[in-house]
Ligand binder design. Structure first.
Ligand code: NI
Length: 190
């Protein structure tokens, strides 16, 4: 399966609001599958549609054993607070501590188009909040204090020239560990 190119900071699509998915079509299931593959190749734990140049409200997350495709995800509950070091596949090599809710509950549609809820703390909770932000044009940099944002942008200045077209093209790799789990969990196309 072809990996998708990842849009990096500066690409306008990262700042756009996404569009509600009205139907989870086979095409969108294929997109979710490609996003899982791309995320794994880039060694990320989450990836949102705008990061691969798409406008659908869709993100994927893989934290520990949990693989989640979330269409139209919405945070319906948050509590507590946590400070977590975050990075982003669209801002490679830049990391910063971000203040987030300690626990969130998210409502979304799954790959079959059925509603479900997922609750997360720690890395899963942070990933859910980070990806939902992406779907509303928001990046973790926006959640930093002015000072921390400045130093993050300085770090990015040293990286951005690696992505002249605003795209991060992943090298094609060998079959990875866990790829059998990937295909087992992937839905059959209609
Ligand atoms: Ni991100």
């Amino acid at each position: 399966m072809a990996l998708l190119d990842i849009h990096v900071l500066g690409s306008p699509i990262l700042r756009r609001e996404t569009e509600l998915v009205t139907q989870v079509t086979p095409e969108l299931r294929r997109l979710a599958d490609q996003m899982f593959e791309t995320m794994a190749a880039a060694k990320g734990v989450g990836l949102a549609a705008p990061q691969v140049g798409r406008s659908e409200r869709l993100c994927v997350i893989e934290v520990e054993e949990r693989r989640l495709a979330l269409f139209n995800p919405e945070i319906v509950h948050r509590e507590g607070a946590v400070r977590w070091e975050e990075g982003c596949l669209s801002i490679p090599e830049v990391f910063a501590d971000v203040d987030r809710a300690g626990l969130v509950r998210v409502r979304a549609l799954d790959l079959e188009g059925n509603p479900f809820e997922v609750e997360g703390t720690e890395l899963l909770g942070v990933a859910l909040q980070h990806e939902v932000d992406h779907l509303h044009g928001k990046l973790f940099l926006d959640r930093l204090s002015l000072l921390k944002r400045r130093s993050a942008l300085k770090a990015w200045d040293r990286e951005r020239d690696k992505y002249p077209e605003g795209l991060r093209v992943l090298p094609v790799t060998d079959v990875r560990e866990g790829s059998s789990a990937t295909s087992a969990a992937a839905p059959a196309d209609d």
